[in-house]
Design a protein around this ligand. Sequence first.
Ligand code: SAM
Length: 502
Amino acid sequence: MKQLPLFNDDQLTPFSSGQAVVRDSFSHDGVADETARLALEERYRDLFEETDKFDRRTVSFQGNKGQLLHSWIKYREGFSAELVDRLIDEFDIKPCDTLLEPFNGSGTTLLVAKSRGISAVGVEILPNCHLTWRAKSHVFNYDVAELRDIYQQIKLSEPGKASRSFPHLVITQTAFPEEEESALMYYTDWVEQSDFSGSTKILLRLLLTSILEEVSYTRKDGQYLRWDRRAEKVQARNRKREENGKLPIKGMHKGDLPTVKEALLAAMFTVIEDIEIIQQQQVTGSSQQLLQGSSLKVLPTLEADQFAGVITSPPYCNRYDYTRTYALEIAYLGAGEEGIRKLRQEQLSCTVEHNSKVDELRAHYRSLGQSERFEHILQTVLSNPVFKEINEALQIRWERGEINNRGILPMVEGYFIELTFVFAEILRTARCDARIAFVNDNVRYGGEIIPVDLLTTSIAEDLGFSPEKVYILPQRKGNSSQQMGRFGREALRKSITIWKKP
Ligand SMILES: C[S@@+](CC[C@H](N)C(=O)[O-])C[C@H]1O[C@@H](n2cnc3c(N)ncnc32)[C@H](O)[C@@H]1O
């Protein structure tokens, strides 16, 4: 039975708080100085609230499974509609207010805002996220009769020959069985050349994008795509290995893959059902807008003092590369090699491949006539004692051979520098009394724990926010197996930090 997350007005369960855990060590075996991190823990311990009001399900996409509209595309990095609903209530955001979501992803914040008649502005880089938003935000405009008719047309016919090939990137080559790749492109052309309404074409494009993983020899798994051993790419690699006297890579086996037609019909069936239910609901008029580009570039151009709240979750500082995980979708939407490289570099620095964005940011602020402000923001983070301590600790770990990739050092440094600019722009664009919620994970590299929640809170406070709360999720996860082996298992906080613009 599907939930009605969009428009029901259920009473939220009252929250119960538990005992928060304050850390008493950050550097495994005391190799590096941890004084600043310990002091920070002490400084903010009263803000900790270990709560079951938000759990791992609500802060992850899990909470959106089976939910109308939100489940149309599996965006594993998203948070749930329930989380946004609760925070909107907690922040007392009203229909006349406007929310900001600087890392829009699948658009959970914007969609919940729409369902509650609240205006919102989102910012996002990835084209698949933009397509998702365009298709979902049209939910009230679809002609269900037209969709049903198209469903029947697909059901009663077989895909013909495609007139063009899938716009592969090197990293997506041979991701699909040949016949299914051809079917995918056949349906793509068929939709484009049809006389379906504009919004229906967008929806069908989203549906085709949503089934790519399912019909492919890949699976999104952690930081990369995992490949099925039936893919020609894996087989070619194994032939080479065998020529060189190496054992072949076993690779996974996904089992029977659905055909494109089967997957498309199944996805379409669900979506039509959702649309029918949602279109019976009433919503008050409000406006949501998703802006294209990096928050680092876009936020400084937005008007000051407008947002009543921010509900967001940036990429975590964990080497996760969205452009690799969503390579099939980005390729399908035609980014090309140069395009995907650009999308990767524009992402907030969270992989070892990222180059510093400081010069680019300096130039951007100069072009806006805000060089002085740029220097002030940069100095705020560079002079933060915890930021300094972490960079020094990672340098020590690198020199001791305990960090396996030098790129982790500039990644961590860049991550906090860039987030500082995002926070500064949120402070400028938020109204007085606006509340800000950031969902994030703490991380550990080379035995050094990085308290992302508290470091970001202290940077925010240095910029002018009043820190209000650090919700700590009940289950705290251990570290990656690589880290566990060497430095033992560590429970790392997953938190929601809440700040207020005074
Ligand atoms: C954790 S996800 C957000 C998920 C979102 N809350 C949802 O429910 O779907 C982070 C998102 O930030 C986007 N992103 C990364 N760097 C960005 C930047 N500089 N500007 C705007 N968006 C960015 C990523 O593409 C990704 O979609």
